[in-house]
Structures are given as C-alpha cells and as structure tokens.
Design a protein around this ligand. Sequence first.
Ligand SMILES: [Fe+2]
Length: 388
Amino acid sequence: MTSNISKFSFPTTIYFGAGALDNLPDYIQDLKIQKPLIVTDPGMLDTDVFPKVEKVLKDAGIQYSIFSKVNPNPLDSDISKAVEVFQQTGCNGLIGFGGGSALDASKMVQVIAAHGGMVNDYDISTGGNQNIKGPLVPMIAIPTTAGTGSEVGSCSVITSVEQGRKFLVCSPLLIPSIAILDPELTTGLPASLTAGTGMDAFTHCIEALTVKQLHPMCDAIALKGIEFVAKYLETAVKSPNNIEARGYMQLAAMMGAVAFQKDLGAAHSLSHSLSAVCHVPHGLANAICIIPVMKFNKETCLKEYAKVAACLGINTFGMSDNEAAEKAIEAVTDLNRGIGIPEKLSAVGVKKEHLEELATKAFLDGCHQTNARKCSKEDLMNLYKEVF
Ligand SMILES: [Fe+2]
C-alpha cells in the first residue's frame, strides 16, 4: 500500500435512547440469536439494572445463560470459563453487559469460542490477531458506564494469569454487531465513577484529535464528543438521574472510542502505568494526566486546541490560536475541578518512590508513540512530576 493511503471504517449498529433496552428481544432476533450468553461481572448482579435485562428476556420467552465472573481487569482464565459455559449451555450469541471489562471479555469469548486457544495466541504485539477469522458469533454490547466506548471498539484488553501482563487483541471482527445505549442504565453510577469514566471519554476525544494520522471523520466526531462532555459531564456527576446528561455522556463515550480508531497519546501511556503500578482507576488517571499532556503538546497542536476551545464553549472570536489553546487548557482544568477530580497524583495514592517505575512502564506503553509530540522517557517523567 502506498504511504499516502489512509484506512478507516464505521460498522456498529447503535440503538440510542431511554428505554432502548426494552427492544433487546428484537435485536436478538435481528441477529438470529436463539440463546444468548450474558457476560458480566459479579457486581452487576446486585445492581438495579441487571434484573431489568432478565425481565426483558423472560417476558419475551428468550432462554439465556449467564456468566458473571468477569474480573475488573478481565483474566484469560475468565474467558476460558465463559467459553465453557457458552458451549455447554448451547448458546449461539453474546450479550456483553456492564463496564469495559464485561464488554472486553465478551469480545474475547467470541474469538476463543470460534478458534480455541488462549488469549495470548491473539496478542496484537506478536501479530496473533491475524489468526482471527470471521464469522464470529454475533454480540450485542450493552454498556452501563459512559467512558471506555468498548461497545464500538475493535479491541479487547485481557490479562494473562500465567504471564502476568495485559494483552491487547484488536481486529475489526471484534466490533460488536449491535450496541444499545440506554441512559437509564447509567443513572445508578456513583459521582466519582461518572467523573472518571467521563474524563476517559474526554481524553479519548482529545488524544484522537491530535494524533497526526489523517482521519477527518474521526476528528469531527472527537470535537463533537468534547462538546458533549463539556456541556453534560458536570450535570451527570451532580444530578445522576438527569437522563439528558446521561444520554449525551453515553454518546460522548461512544464517539470517543470511534475517534480513537486513529490512536491515542501520552496521557494514556501515563494512565496505563498509573493503573498497573498504583492501581489508580483508568479514567481518574487520564483526568489528572491530560492537563500536563495538553500543556506539553500545546505548541504542536495550536490549531486543534483552538477548535477544542470553541467546543468547550469559549468565545474564541478575535483570539490567536495560542490564546485559544491556553483558554482550552484552563477550561479542562476547571472542568476537572467542577467534578471533583484531584489535581495531584499524590492525592490518589502515588508516592515519590513510584515515579521511576511509572516512567519506565509508561515509556514501554505503545500509546505515546502516536502522541502529537514525540516523548522521551524523561519527558514522561517530567509530565508525572508536573502533577505529582
Ligand atoms: Fe481510555
């Protein structure tokens, strides 16, 4: 392929709106699923929303099985166990129900059910993902958070128990057939989780926008996602039952994930390392780290950040790109403050003695390689120090 050719695609069918879950039986029928396996995590069983799914299925006379043992960072052993349930109970389709972990696990059940083996056989870093061939069993993704956007993504992140590390598996075949975005499923999310996952969605949009690869569709989607987060995240945090705000945050999360088909940037490398070393939740880590990363990238991204400023509601008329970019960074800092995100890593359990390991692991992470501005390990260390 010549180097000036870009590749992009847009496949998931999305049903969006309060009450969309009620139509689940129709979507199951559309995909010719006779018996779905619901893949979820144990915490979901105790929520108000899980019984809703069961009721909808029971009322429609649809038989189903449940696998509810997905770990917060899904393990390859979770996938093997889920595949066993899938095969032994005669299922022929999947419903991923929950946060990113449940959706990622469900995606890998599709692969292992079709091809066998273990998750690391499909690791993208060794080209194993090329072994994923279609067709896989159909999957419906029902997110109950608004952040990862895994419901429209082509990747799954799974931890290998034996090797003690995370594997990224990506293939267009992993993109769910249908995503149901029902904001009523997210009203029970606590404020801190709403804030963190919402800022994950925001970080996806910002980082995708500034990746240098050409993808004008993703850029437009990222800007609209930023606008939705700026307009609705604080309301979703402070008025959890506000369906309009919850709905727009679900859209923003989905749009962030569509946009990051382009790739991500340094905030995600910093954040992946913070989660691995200090167990800081992914969204919270991104929320803190996106500020120094925006400052670091500013000179390289003046035009993009000037557009971001307008999406954040700033009247940029008459401003230079530099002024608008400065205002954008200030506005993101204010947004964090308004939703209760701490400014410093020391406030979320990070200690000085963690910094060296954090920077080493962040540098090994692939996301910063597509950051708008090239990063050395020292740069990453300085970014941590700036918000330590
Ligand atoms: Fe993320």
